[in-house]
Design a protein around this ligand. Structure first.
Ligand code: 13P
Length: 257
């Protein structure tokens, strides 16, 4: 038993027009209406955020962005500042493996993004996770520990306790391969909470919510959520339709004491 409220977040990636986004969140809002024990978050593309926030206003579903730039403002063509997201979103994904690998984002950038979000009252959903090669070479523990430590440089224990971290093994994203629930629990509990405990102490490590991500779906969510250290899921493909996403939130509520 712990005090961490489970959090199921949909990362829509580069999917859905504004109109499609509004239709989807109306369905999600209705589907999770009476669920109190699980936090539900949707992370649409930037352009849909105002319409989605309006469609979800005064409800229980929270809104997140998928990225942010780390400067306050200025000549950064194409980028979005934390001040523009403030008041619009509660959460923002940072350090997703697609951003690290396709767009070349470094640990240093991820750390700067965490800091600017916290300065604007937005909770980072910090993604970490190893590649297939690293996993097969037995490097998961050292690599993920390094990502966690680098992302948290300069943050206070209080700030870290309020974060959401998503452990997403890259080889499980969009592939249909899932880390076994026990494997995911081990990396989350021993590697990630262990790294935070070393840096900030056990109380902080026990406070931070850590999700699993990578082919999470209605079929495997209950097995993942019954693991003691897994506090939710960051969901890609299965978050793009009302029924599977709502089913994941509802199944999480069923297995959460
Ligand atoms: P899938 O659920 O499609 O594997 O994506 C996971 C992910 O990358 C969420 O951020």
């Amino acid at each position: 038993m712990n005090n961490r409220k489970p959090i199921i977040a949909g990362n829509w990636k580069m999917n859905k027009t504004i109109a499609e986004a509004v239709t989807l969140v109306r369905g999600i809002r209705a589907g999770v209406r009476e669920i109190e024990t699980v936090e539900t978050v949707v992370c649409p593309p930037f352009v849909a955020l105002p319409s989605v926030a309006e469609a979800l206003s005064h409800g229980k579903v929270s809104v997140g962005a998928q990225n942010v730039f780390y400067e306050e403002s200025g000549a950064y063509t194409g980028e979005i500042a934390a001040s523009m997201l403030e008041g619009l979103v509660d959460y923002c994904i940072i350090g997703h493996s697609e951003r690290r690998n396709i767009f070349g984002e470094s640990d240093v950038w991820v750390n700067k993004k965490a800091k600017i979000l916290l300065a604007h009252g937005i909770t980072p959903i910090l993604c970490v996770g190893e590649s297939l090669e690293q996993n097969q070479a037995g490097e998961t523990d050292s690599f993920v520990r390094g990502q966690v430590a680098a992302a948290l440089v300069g943050l206070s224990a209080e700030q870290v306790a309020g974060l959401v971290i998503a452990y997403e093994p890259i080889w499980a994203i969009g592939t249909g391969l899932t880390a076994t629930p026990a494997e995911a629990n081990r990396t989350i509990g021993i590697t990630i909470r262990g790294a935070i405990a070393d840096l900030y102490g056990e109380a902080t490590a026990q406070a931070v919510r850590i999700q699993y991500g990578g082919s999470a779906k209605p079929d495997n969510i209950a097995d993942l959520m019954t693991q003691p250290d897994i506090d939710g899921a960051l969901v890609g493909g299965a978050s793009l339709k009302v029924d599977p996403f709502v089913a994941m939130v509802r199944k999480t509520a069923q297995v959460t004491p």
